[in-house]
Structure formats: structure tokens, C-alpha cells
Design a protein around this ligand. Structure first.
Ligand code: OVV
Length: 413
């Protein structure tokens, strides 16, 4: 092999554009994950587009720049993966998602079916069942008084109602949690956290693959709806199974951490909880503010499809850009009193669900679960108190707690 051929094969070191601010922050370190918001402020203040030295990648952390990248999928694509791994040059840990890690026109076809199955009409049919389950769970926990807000409520509720709605078997649902943890770690670097999570996965991957098969799904869930769309010729049957996998990948950790984050927010801000208990109808707006203030999803990537200019910086093709949605949600350029938790605020332009053609396809059912749990709590619970230090669960992409010791006191009716 001659010299030139060797040089061609060597991994290319990515170089920052000459005029881009270089930032030395590791968004995946425990230090940042413990309390990210000060670091996000540094990212935003360094410039609208920055270079992350540690990962040799660009990043956007302001609301405006995040919006710009997410609303231009032709220039900033998803088909190279929405993690740090570039699928054009590196092998993904699993078969890519056919809705998340794909661009139009392929994306449009799968997304259309997915969105129809999760339409407001379909969700209306679930509301009563979701409310009954929330009411029963909350009343049981009030009876108990002191409990772990994560395992006994935040995990228990989606593992029951969402998994039922998809139609997966009741036995073995605990496999959904390590699997989801893996999915969200895999959007970050292949760090120790990723490796340890992967090593601990065990039989969870097989359980998920089993649960995605038609014969293992109930006849009346979203899973069955996806296979019916395949019968109708809108998808192949293999694609239907992969879209069930999407529901199981994206639908648990996200809502679980959001419910846990809501409990933590309200335990720490009793004045805000008082506002919601006095008017449980505010639950929907309040969950939106929880999502803005403590975004569950923190960041993902896009990849440039061609040379382009972003925020006056010339970018090459195939550049990864970290899109820090959790930082956009705290950007004082967009929000008044960005760092205060205020349930009276209209937080609907928050980026917790992303935006554009890849904006969260499950956001309506996520909001429904959050709203219903919060409303049940606000109807029956006077006070939420922390009994000890909450434990964060560290993940490369999503933020939430692994345990949250709390005491709830019933309202005096
Ligand atoms: C939005 C999201 C998160 C995780 C997994 C997937 C999607 C998927 O499509 O598998």
C-alpha cells in the first residue's frame, strides 16, 4: 500500500471552521449532567454556533439557532443518525429507526401512519382508561403516604397505561427500562456510561424483539394498528414491527422521567404546587412548564448534507451538530425569567419535543399521560414533600431521577 492510500484510510480529524468559538465543555460528564444549566448558559453565551472540542462537533444551544437547524431537514439531516455516531461512516448499535433516523421521502410515509395511529381521535378513546388508572394509583399512594415517586408512580404509570395501549404482554415489561436507557445512551458518545449500559442489557433486546411481533401483541392496541396498516399495504410487515419498536424505545423513559421531574419540581416549588392544587385544570399548562424548565430530552444531533453557512460560519458536509433543546428551553433571549419555574407561563414554544418534521410524534400521548397524572395529584394531594435526596439517573440524552423519596398529604375535603 502506498503512502497516499494509507492517508486516505486514516480517520479524518474534524476541524472547526476558523471563526467559530471553541468550547471546552463535556455535555456528557457527570459534572454537567448533575446540574447542566450553568454550562448551557456558557454554550449559549459563547455564540449561536460553537465547536465542542471534546467531541469535535458543532453545537447550537440558543432557541433561535435550534429552531433554524430543526426546521431545515434538507441541510441538517437525520439519516446519518441523530446521535454522535455518523451512520455513513460508523456502524449503528441496532438497525436504524425507520421514522427517527431517516429523511423524506421515506420518513414521510412511516410518519404519516404513525401520526394517524396516535391521532387525537385515537387518544380520546384512551382518556377515560388513563384517568381511571391514574386516580386509582394516586389514591393508593396517598393511603401509603410515603413512597418512592419514581418506582411507585413515575415508572408504574407508563409501564401500565402506555404499554397496555401499545398492547405488549404484561410479563417482562421491566425489560423496557434498560432497553430505553440503552437507546438514549446510544445518541451520545460511546463513553463508559454507554459501554456499561450495553454490557448490562442481557435478555432485554430479545424481549423487545419478541414484544414487537404481531402474535405477541393484543388485538386492539397501537401495535395491532401498525400491523393493520401493513395489511392495508401502507407498510411492510417488517416495518410495522420496527415501528412498534419505536413506540417501545421512545415512549417509556421519556414519560417516566417527565413524571418524576414534575414531582421533583413541585416538591421544590410548593408555591407553584399551591397554584395547581387550587386549579387542577392548570395541569396541562403546568406539565408544559415542567418540560420547559426540566426538559426530559436534552440533546440530539443533525448532520449537514452539503456545505452550508450557519450563523455566519461555513460548514462542510457530514458535520455533526449537537442540538441542545434543553438549553433552548432556558434561553433568556427567548424566555422571560428563563430560570424560574412558573406554571402560569405559556410554555408552548418549548423545545422539549423538538420541532419541524421530526418533532416528537408521541407528544400528544406524552402530554396526555403527564396531564392526567398531575391532575389526579392536584385533585387529591395538598402537599408534596421530599423525604431525602433525590437520586439522578445519568443518561447521555435524557434527564430524570432513579429515586425520589416523597411524602404526600391528602387534601381535606
Ligand atoms: C424519538 C425516538 C427516541 C428513541 C427511539 C426512537 C425514537 C425510535 O424511533 O426508535
Amino acid at each position: 500500500m502506498n503512502q497516499t492510500a494509507v492517508a486516505d484510510l486514516a480517520p479524518q480529524r474534524a476541524m472547526p471552521a476558523p471563526n467559530v468559538p471553541i468550547v471546552n465543555i463535556d455535555p456528557y460528564s457527570e459534572e454537567v449532567l448533575t446540574d447542566p444549566y450553568g454550562y448551557y448558559e456558557q454554550l449559549r453565551d459563547a455564540g449561536p454556533l460553537v465547536w465542542l472540542k471534546e467531541y469535535e462537533t458543532y453545537a447550537v444551544a440558543r432557541h433561535e439557532a435550534v429552531t433554524r437547524v430543526l426546521t431545515d431537514p434538507k441541510t441538517y439531516c437525520s439519516s446519518a443518525g441523530v446521535g454522535l455516531t455518523n451512520f455513513h461512516t460508523e456502524k449503528p448499535w441496532r438497525k436504524p429507526s425507520i421514522i427517527l433516523e431517516v429523511d423524506p421521502p421515506e420518513h414521510s410515509r412511516t410518519r404519516k401512519v404513525f401520526v394517524r395511529i396516535l391521532s387525537p381521535r385515537a387518544l380520546n378513546k384512551l382518556r377515560e382508561r388513563f384517568e381511571r388508572e391514574a386516580e386509582a394509583m394516586v389514591l393508593r399512594l396517598i393511603e401509603k403516604g410515603e413512597y418512592d415517586g419514581v418506582t411507585e408512580l413515575a415508572e408504574a404509570y407508563p409501564l401500565k397505561v402506555f404499554a397496555d395501549a401499545v398492547g405488549v404482554p404484561p410479563d417482562g415489561r421491566q425489560h423496557l427500562l434498560p432497553y430505553g436507557d440503552m437507546v438514549f445512551n446510544a445518541f451520545g458518545p460511546m463513553n463508559e456510561r454507554f459501554k456499561q449500559c450495553f454490557a448490562k442489557l442481557g435478555p432485554s433486546i430479545e424481549w423487545i424483539n419478541m414484544a414487537c411481533q404481531r402474535e405477541n401483541l393484543t388485538k386492539d392496541g397501537f401495535g395491532a394498528d401498525l400491523y393493520a396498516a401493513a395489511d392495508a399495504g401502507e407498510l411492510t410487515h417488517e416495518e410495522a414491527g420496527l415501528l412498534v419498536r419505536t413506540m417501545l424505545s421512545a415512549g417509556l423513559d421519556t414519560t417516566i422521567y417527565t413524571i418524576g421531574n414534575a414531582l421533583a419540581c413541585f416538591a421544590r416549588h410548593p408555591d407553584q404546587w399551591k397554584i395547581v392544587t387550587e386549579n387542577p385544570g392548570l395541569a396541562r399548562q403546568a406539565i408544559e412548564e415542567v418540560l420547559r424548565y426540566e426538559s426530559t430530552f436534552h440533546s440530539f444531533y443533525r448532520t449537514t448534507t452539503q456545505p452550508t453557512t450557519l450563523e455566519n460560519v461555513a460548514l462542510d458536509a457530514e458535520q455533526k451538530i449537537l442540538v441542545v433543546v434543553a438549553s433552548a428551553n432556558r434561553d433568556p433571549r427567548h424566555w422571560q425569567n428563563a430560570d424560574s419555574f412558573d406554571v402560569t407561563r405559556k410554555a408552548t414554544s418549548n423545545m422539549a419535543f423538538g420541532t419541524g418534521i421530526h418533532g416528537c410524534a408521541g407528544q400528544m400521548i406524552a402530554r396526555l399521560e403527564g396531564e392526567i397524572i398531575l391532575k389526579a395529584l392536584a385533585t387529591h394531594v395538598d402537599k408534596i414533600e421530599l423525604l431525602g435526596k433525590p437520586h439522578l439517573h445519568f443518561n447521555n440524552t435524557v434527564r430524570g431521577y432513579s429515586s425520589l423519596p416523597i411524602r404526600v398529604t391528602a387534601k381535606k375535603h
